[in-house]
Design a protein around this ligand. Structure first.
Ligand SMILES: *Cc1c(COP(=O)(O)O)cnc(C)c1O
Length: 363
């Protein structure tokens, strides 16, 4: 077996021990004589898997009791629609929301919200190719906005909010797809904190939406497709319809792995140390440079360039040949990007830095 160091932005690397456990349980899950893929989602055995996953996630993140945890399908994109449709259906809502645009994912979320509500761009870093996070300490949030929306870690551009915006008392909604469980979050500061799991938590196919109870509309919303309404999923424990049983099961294993690693504080420390290795090298290199303003650098996604497209292409090719996979930057940015999620061992980052040094010396 030859495993590579996989720097993919998502779907992405998972802990090897989790993959091994899944393999071990594939043919016969704990004496059931079947795999989790073949099991009824209404069975006691499967219910125990979901209940344990939710309980472990609540422990990891310190999720207060007045927040619901939803395992939903349709990825983060489905929540781009669900967020305005639910939050603007609450009693007293104005059908307005303010979005901070820090890259493609917030831009897409804003475009989607505009289909349904009066959604506006509150701030943007488009003027410098999204290479920084705008100052969000005193933004002109509309008096009657129902919520303020951010994408907290920008997977493509490699920026992260080191401080949450001042929402002037409005509900904060945050897409944390590419930083989910990479560090502690104070859940109470958010109305909705959500993300697709295929970046840092599990296999593609589900999103986790953590939403405060008073933000889930009561009753049926006549003009909102049932699969976009949060209430039916809250009432059915994320099983209004057949969930992605397999992905929830794998996420549950990752939660246990994270608990065994010491939880999110410990994970954060490790992620800081890993990212430091790479950023320190980028700052001293004569050939490579990071593309993000220093104080806004992400711990998860690290874009860099040589400044020469041919050299970039050669780097991507030669690094792959050396067992360092998926280092090509997003097609909208070019250059390179190393995604160094929770499951990327420090040895992988060391191997990358050592390859970069060698590449610099020989080119
Ligand atoms: C990947 C990504 C998305 C899109 O996720 P899907 O599950 O494909 O809908 C949204 N937001 C962020 C921050 C992402 O990294």
């Amino acid at each position: 077996m030859a495993r590579v160091y996989n720097f993919s932005a998502g779907p992405a690397v998972l802990p090897e021990c989790v993959l091994q456990e899944c393999a071990d349980e594939m043919m016969d899950y704990r004496g059931s004589g079947m795999s989790v893929m073949e099991m009824s989602h209404r069975s006691k055995m499967y219910q125990a898997i979901v209940d344990e996953a939710e309980a472990d996630l609540r422990t990891l993140m310190g999720i207060p009791a007045n927040y619901h945890v939803l395992f939903l399908q349709g990825g983060a994109h489905q929540q781009f629609s669900a967020i305005p449709l639910n939050l603007c259906a609450l009693p007293g809502a104005h059908g307005k929301a303010d979005y901070i645009n820090t890259g493609m994912w917030s831009k897409k979320a804003l475009a989607e919200a505009k289909r349904f509500i009066d959604a506006a761009e509150l701030a943007s870093s488009a003027d410098e190719t999204f290479s920084y996070i705008p100052d969000c300490s005193d933004l002109p949030v509309r008096e009657d906005a129902d919520y303020v929306y951010i994408c907290e870690n920008n997977t493509i551009y490699g920026t992260v909010y080191h401080e949450l915006p001042n929402t002037k008392g409005k509900t904060l909604v945050s897409d944390v797809s590419s930083m989910f469980l990479s560090q502690p979050h104070d859940v109470e500061r958010y109305g909705v904190i959500y993300g697709g799991v295929q970046k840092n938590v599990g296999p593609a196919g589900i999103s986790i939406t953590i939403v405060r109870d008073d933000l889930v509309p009561q009753g049926d919303l006549a003009d909102v497709p049932i699969m976009l309404q949060w209430r039916p999923q809250v009432d059915a424990g994320s099983m209004y319809n057949t969930p992605n049983c397999w992905a929830i099961y794998v996420c549950g294993k990752v939660f246990k792995w994270l608990l065994a690693q010491g939880g999110l504080e410990a994970m954060h420390e490790r992620n800081v140390a890993k990212a430091q290795l790479l950023y320190d090298f980028l700052d001293e290199s004569q050939m490579f440079r990071g593309t993000v303003r220093k104080q806004d650098r992400s711990l998860m996604n690290v874009p860099f360039v040589t400044g020469d497209a041919e050299l970039d292409a050669a780097f991507v090719k030669e690094s792959a040949a050396a067992g360092l996979e998926n280092l090509k930057g997003h097609r909208s940015v070019g250059g390179m990007r190393a995604s160094i999620y929770n499951a990327m061992p420090v040895e992988g980052v060391e191997a990358l830095v050592s390859f970069m040094k060698q590449f610099e010396a020989t080119h």
